[in-house]
Design a protein around this ligand. Structure first.
Ligand code: SF4
Length: 333
């Protein structure tokens, strides 16, 4: 992987972020005064995303990575914690003030169709985005549309067509053009290729990688797919049941994973090659419910290294080498 120069300056700083979803209680449980339950999707995440890097966020389905992505952009309001963007707290400001920052932070979704207005042509959609955020004078809008289409590898003739007329891969390119239309500094790509055919995935991944390098974008790349994460990211944060359990430069993480969960993921990570069939990683047992999170280390029911202390005491995320953090009592063994 070509590694672009990454600044050490943080662009996004996430501090102890929480997002729980309370469950509706049955009336009998209320009468019996049973404690209310909630899905602890994001359960105390702290993370720094550096300017100009692609940070991967990986974990099994349901580990909270998409909720974390949405909580950063306040598409889900966090319950607790802070997100700093360019040094500014964007969690505890009014929605109106937040809108002023929002154009710098865009999202590319798994299903681009849901984020594209089916009633607008591509041209109208891009011009609308630029107009709402006042990023381009009306006289320059046409030239900017042509530039955006070229950036995502689409012919300008396609600008007069509607989202429903495109294939999945083309729609994802348009979703990326829509995100780029407002000149963002930071893009969250949430499973951007998981709905695409394997043969198309590599094209969209390469496009995102080129754009990130050429425009010096900061990217949070959310995926359950380790092939993709390995190919495109500079660093990786591994999430398990609402928490980050390991953070490391990508190559180090795959070559020398420290957390037992990461070891299983990394051992099963295939390469990004359409000729190679994707293997799912296999871990003993089902992931526990994010409603009933295990005591102590939340990975202990599935961990081959678990000892008594793991059931009683939750390991802190600690720095164990420059740029490497891990949450495991026995990470060095
Ligand atoms: Fe496994 Fe214990 Fe480390 Fe948790 S703290 S990952 S249970 S060894």
């Amino acid at each position: 992987m070509a590694v672009a120069s990454i600044g050490e300056q943080p662009l996004v700083v996430i501090k102890d972020l929480y997002k729980h979803f309370p469950l509706k209680q049955a009336i009998l449980d209320v009468i019996a005064r049973k404690p209310a339950l909630s899905v602890r999707a994001v359960d105390g995440v702290s993370l720094v995303i550096k300017q100009g890097e692609t940070l991967g966020l990986v974990g099994e389905s349901g580990c909270g990575k998409s909720t974390l992505a949405k909580a950063i952009l306040r598409l889900e309001e966090p319950d607790k914690g802070t997100v700093l963007f360019n040094g500014k707290d964007i969690t505890h400001i009014s929605r109106q003030e937040f809108r002023g920052h929002r154009r710098h932070m865009q999202m590319v979704f798994q299903d681009p169709y849901s984020s594209l207005n089916p009633r607008l042509s591509v041209r109208e959609m891009l011009i609308e985005a630029m107009t709402v955020h006042k990023v381009c004078a009306p006289k320059d809008a046409e030239a900017r549309v042509a530039e955006l289409m070229a950036m995502v590898g689409m012919n300008i003739a396609a600008a007069d067509r509607f989202p429903g007329e495109f294939s999945g891969g083309q729609r994802q390119r348009l979703g990326i053009a829509r995100a780029l239309a407002v000149d963002p500094l930071f893009i969250i790509a949430d499973e951007p290729v998981s709905a695409l055919d394997v043969s198309i995935q590599a094209q969209v991944i390469n496009l995102l990688q080129d754009l990130q390098e050429n425009l010096h974008l900061t990217l949070l790349f959310v995926s359950h797919d380790l092939r993709v994460i390995r190919h495109i990211t500079h660093r990786v944060a591994v999430m398990y049941l609402g928490k980050v359990v390991e953070l490391a430069p990508t190559q180090e993480l795959f070559e020398r994973p420290l957390h037992p969960y990461t070891k299983v993921l990394a051992a099963a990570a295939p390469v990004l090659d359409p000729r190679v069939r994707h293997r799912e990683y296999a871990i003993e047992g089902e992931p526990p419910s994010p409603i009933h999170i295990p005591t102590g280390c939340r990975f202990h029911p599935r961990c081959v290294r678990a000892r008594d202390i793991c059931k009683a005491s939750e390991p802190e995320l600690q720095e164990v080498a420059p740029g490497r953090t891990v949450a495991c009592h026995f990470w060095g063994q």
